[in-house]
Write a protein that binds this ligand. Sequence first.
Ligand SMILES: [Zn+2]
Length: 116
Amino acid sequence: MPMRSPTFKPRFEAPAKSNDLVRGTARERGYDGSWRRVRLAKLQSNPICEIQSESCTVSASLVDHRIPLTAGGDRLGWDNLRSACCNCHALVTQNFKETGTYELLTDVAVGAETEI
Ligand SMILES: [Zn+2]
């Protein structure tokens, strides 16, 4: 029985995602093992979305930084963390990009602005 010669196979290396090239990988951005432990503890402690926008799904699946890391927020500080659903997190992130404010306007504030 003929034996095949061994073939060289390079170690698999996943291609870098285009976003990772720009902003760094999750690990490079600080989302490491200590983050995963704090994140899990926060979601177990408070599984309800703390933002509660109109499109809120109530059940939190994310942990959000009240003060974004890019704005100097504490990465692992409990007081800087809040549980959030995907919808609310997307809204506050969009609001931050547009206004620099990382909170949603309340219904009262929005109503007050439209009445003027
Ligand atoms: Zn929500």
